[in-house]
Ligand binder design. Structure first.
Ligand SMILES: Nc1nc2c(c(=O)[nH]1)N[C@H]1C(S)=C(S)[C@@H](COP(=O)(O)OP(=O)(O)OC[C@H]3O[C@@H](n4cnc5c(=O)[nH]c(N)nc54)[C@H](O)[C@@H]3O)O[C@H]1N2
Ligand SMILES: Nc1nc2c(c(=O)[nH]1)N[C@H]1C(S)=C(S)[C@@H](COP(=O)(O)OP(=O)(O)OC[C@H]3O[C@@H](n4cnc5c(=O)[nH]c(N)nc54)[C@H](O)[C@@H]3O)O[C@H]1N2
Ligand SMILES: [Mo]
Length: 664
């Protein structure tokens, strides 16, 4: 019998999946053919979820630390002992102020009940508020600076109508693979596809053309394209007059990027930039799918603003298949205030990219840390300092997990969490417009419990009274859907439960910016004009290369990073791509190990010499479990806590490094 569920991984596709269950065990996972985006196929990662579900290392019981922090020596305890210990410690810690408590969580599951209801517990306590900045903050802030509140974009189901498609800073065949059938359909109808990315990957090979630009040069490229269009007088003057402000400032910013300097900075052909700019302006049905890659550096917000203003300049938003897409998340107008609580006015906020510094605070220090749906020892910047913070003896750390990750090795208490196959949840998406509900498919493994259950138990022990803390998943979902917003018209819990997925009630055809922005004045903002920013750290003799770390094929962040078949398929150990000219200068041979050094730290990785890397950049593929890397170190030993220009985002694409041969 096949049972329907939803892939919970942090990915735009939010797939509907079908599970085969035999005698209470999941034996197979496939994509749901009935779902208009999933279209019957599951990606290489999700396909292997059954192997993860029954992995011998799945956590089965609550455990308490017995060795030094970081060693991960633990003994089994009961849930009652675990919960009582936590409640007791919390009660003592919050005597001196609840801001000493910090929840650290992110998108291990995209499910709203397991991902966000726990926040209500911490908000009821008055804990420090974690700002979710590690991934989408810069892109979101940039988008909203142009187009107003709520990220919306061209419906992927409209993409077959586009005739010129630019995949800009996104490896969509890897990280958004369910867009591919729509791209293919567009191509069958005559669309041309251009990929713009410093990393030559499967999307470049799929595209009709690839521009391998320098890391962090996107704003200059977009402004140069704007300049060509404005100089030719090909901007959509009627659309701009009705729906835009600041075009004169924008014109000046574009004038600073004539073709030659833009070609020099990006490493691209001036003539080809000009041709494509004119094409973009003349093709009403032009569509730009933009990813987060370009936002992962200091100038990332400006870059994303410059790129996503282009469909406004050309008026593409008005036409079938035209426009741009970063994220669809703004359309899911769920009612979160009661279900997830709200930060207390004036409460301390901690930027999650600065966990290392937060754990070093001496005034009002963090004394209790709760980690769930995240693996900060691996994914947070400057991980050497993060680990030093996690090793503090006076820090009480509770980790809710499926596995004993690098972070879990520092836990005082390690609690076994259920997976999406074992708990119900409600799912939005950031790559399409379907809302989904999934019921549990099998019983929890051993003593694994949902995050939401743990925080309900703790609420009770601490005597918290706010009603929403005690809602079960169905009550949370009903409350989230309890809104007058037109996008959710007709979307009831009963329907969702029965149908599994429902497309939001968007106006058809969905052209979110055909009539301008979602600012109160309805204008798209070209001013302040985006700029090509100069990074603080420039490549130098000591650190000649820039390091980027785009998603790998076989893991999602560090999730799935301990699955034997996927580790094998990913090459058995983490790899770094280096351009032949850079490899020659560093004296590194393909297939050998090299040391990569930044101002923050150093790691050892196998280097692959390949023109897949643009000259001047090292490309580290995917995020590995540090303890499964040859030197047991995190890639983020090399990155810094520096923030982006907009939204306080992470700068994983910012580090300058050098590569040294180890010869083995
Ligand atoms: N297989 C797989 N899929 C994933 C993930 C994963 O780890 N593995 N992670 C998921 C998550 S959390 C997220 S946020 C999304 C990530 O979503 P995205 O960040 O959109 O990731 P990618 O699609 O890999 O696109 C990023 C691309 O940007 C390129 N890039 C880096 N720097 C620059 C630059 O300065 N300019 C330009 N033009 N391009 C640049 C990278 O080489 C990469 O190919 O993917 C999700 N999907
Ligand atoms: N160098 C570098 N660092 C990066 C990035 C990069 O490109 N380069 N990308 C960044 C990005 S885009 C992101 S989004 C972050 C991602 O960072 P995280 O959100 O921390 O993602 P994961 O590493 O996948 O860790 C998620 C953890 O949640 C656990 N989990 C899953 N479901 C549940 C559940 O239901 N309950 C509980 N308790 N646990 C669960 C999984 O087992 C897993 O260990 O990493 C960032 N870090
Ligand atoms: Mo992300």
């Amino acid at each position: 019998m096949a049972v329907r569920s939803v892939c919970p991984l942090d990915c735009p596709d939010a797939c509907s999946v079908l599970l085969t269950v035999n005698e209470g065990r999941v034996t197979k996972l496939v994509g749901n053919p009935a779902h208009p985006i999933t279209r019957g196929f599951a990606c290489v990662k999700t396909h292997h979820y059954p192997e993860r579900q029954y992995h011998p290392d799945r956590l089965r019981y609550p455990q308490r630390r017995v060795g030094p922090k970081g060693e991960g020596r633990l003994v089994r305890i009961s849930w009652a002992e675990a919960l009582d210990t936590i409640a007791e410690r919390l009660q003592a810690i919050i005597q001196d102020g609840a801001e000493a408590v910090l929840p650290y969580s992110y998108a291990g599951t995209m499910g709203l009940v397991e991902g966000r209801q726990p926040l209500a517990f911490f908000r009821a306590l008055g804990a420090s508020e974690l700002d979710w900045t590690i991934c989408a903050a810069t892109g979101g802030a940039a988008w909203e600076a142009n187009y107003g509140p709520a990220k919306l974009g061209t419906d992927p189901e409209e993409v077959p109508q586009a005739r010129l498609i630019i995949l800009w800073g996104i490896n969509s065949l890897r990280s958004n693979v369910h867009l591919t059938p729509f791209l293919k359909e567009a191509r069958q109808r005559g669309a041309y596809i251009l990929h713009i990315d410093p990393y030559r990957n499967e999307t470049s090979r799929f595209a009709d053309e690839h521009w391998q630009l320098q890391v962090g040069s996107d704003a200059a490229l977009a402004l140069a394209i704007g300049n060509v269009i404005l100089q030719a007088g090909l901007e959509d003057q009627a659309y701009l007059a009705a729906h835009a402000t600041g075009i004169e400032q924008y014109r000046q910013a574009c004038a600073e990027w004539p073709l030659e300097p833009a070609a020099a900075l990006t490493g691209l052909s001036a003539e080809r930039i000009r041709e494509v700019a004119l094409w973009l302006a003349r093709e009403p049905r032009s569509f730009i799918r933009v990813g987060y890659g370009m936002t992962r550096n200091e100038g990332g917000g400006n870059a994303l603003r410059a790129v996503t203003l282009l469909p406004a300049l050309t008026g593409a938003w008005q036409h079938p298949g035209g426009g741009a897409l970063l994220s669809t998340s703004g359309a899911f107008a769920i009612n979160t205030a009661r279900a997830f609580g709200q930060p207390r006015p004036g409460v301390r906020h901690i930027n999650m990219n600065r966990l290392a510094s937060a754990l070093e605070l001496t005034a009002n220090p963090i004394r209790a840390l709760f980690v769930f749906n995240s693996n900060p020892a691996a994914v947070a910047p400057d991980s050497r300092r993060v680990r030093a913070g996690l090793a503090r003896e006076d820090l009480f750390t509770v980790v809710l997990e499926h596995f004993q990750t690098d972070t879990a090795d520092y836990a005082d208490l390690l609690l076994p969490a259920t997976t999406f196959l074992e708990h119900p949840d409600l799912y939005t998406a950031y790559g399409h417009y379907y809302l989904q509900w999934a019921e549990p498919v099998v019983a929890p493994l051993a003593e694994a419990r949902p995050n939401s259950w743990v925080f309900r138990e703790l609420s009770q022990r601490l005597g918290l009274t706010h009603q929403g803390l005690y809602w079960d998943a169905e009550q949370v979902a009903r409350e989230l859907l309890n809104t007058e917003h037109p996008n959710l018209a007709g979307v009831t819990f009963e329907r969702l439960k029965q149908e599994g997925f429902i497309k939001l009630a968007l106006p058809q055809p969905f052209r979110p910016y055909a009539q301008g922005s979602h600012f109160p004045d309805g204008k798209i903002r070209f001013a302040p004009a985006p700029q090509q920013l100069t990074f603080m750290e420039q490549p130098s003799a000591d650190y000649p290369l820039r390091l980027i770390s785009p998603p790998g094929s076989h893991f999602v962040n560090t999730s799935m990073g301990n699955i034997a078949s996927l580790l094998k398929a990913a090459g058995g150990e983490p790899q770094v791509l280096v351009h032949p000219a850079d490899a020659a200068r560093a004296g590194v041979k393909s297939g050998t190990h090299g040391r990569i050094v930044s101002a923050q730290g150093s790691i050892i990785r196998r280097t692959i010499v390949s023109e897949e890397a643009v000259e001047g950049a090292l490309i580290a593929l995917g995020q590995w479990w540090p303890k499964l890397a040859p030197d047991r170190r995190s890639l983020n030993d090399l990155t810094s806590e520096r923030l982006t220009d907009l939204g306080g985002g992470s700068t994983f694409g910012n580090a300058v490094v050098r590569l040294e041969p180890l010869g083995v």
